[in-house]
Design a protein around this ligand. Structure first.
Ligand code: FEO
Length: 161
């Protein structure tokens, strides 16, 4: 692949591994705060992010290039609340969407249509990721100070397979 495309894909792979790392840290926070269902949801999310990274890893190899497994930055040590966690999930997914859009633009600029086609799966995935995060976050606003809300939300999130 052209150097610019490979660099962008390697950066995106690292960003996906960071996402996995971020959600793993959030899962630990939720678990320790007693929200086991939410912890399970976030752990599943972390697994999905690792799968995203591995999709890119495999694609780079398929194209005959070398994946660059760079350092993954540390994640925030603490969160204020579950709402804080989901605010950060939603913000992070918006950031990842920007990265994917930029990567797709690089692929098009470099006339690498195979990479562009590959990245379209991620473009679609991001619509779902942002929408899911926004839906969960919206429930906090709708619930106001309803005392049973966190318990119910935890139970719902815990149903994720
Ligand atoms: Fe793979 Fe949630 O972005």
């Amino acid at each position: 692949m052209k150097e610019k495309v490979l660099k962008t894909l390697n950066e995106q792979m690292n960003a996906e591994y960071y996402s996995a790392y971020l959600y793993l840290g959030m899962s630990a926070y939720a678990d320790r705060a007693g929200f086991k269902g939410t912890a399970g949801w976030l752990l599943r999310q972390a697994h999905e992010e690792r799968e995203h990274a591995e999709k890119i890893f495999k694609f780079i190899l398929e194209r005959g290039d070398a994946p660059a497994l760079a350092d993954i930055k540390a994640t925030p040590p603490e969160y204020k609340s579950l709402e804080d966690v989901f605010k950060k999930v939603a913000a992070h997914e918006r950031h990842v969407t920007d990265l994917i859009d930029a990567a797709a633009s690089v692929a098009l600029d470099e006339r690498d249509h195979a990479t562009y086609s590959f990245l379209r799966w991620f473009v679609d995935e991001q619509v779902e990721e942002v929408s899911t995060a926004d839906d969960i976050l919206g429930k906090f606003t709708a619930a106001g100070s309803n005392p049973g809300f966190l318990f119910n939300l935890d139970a719902v999130l815990g149903q994720r397979q």
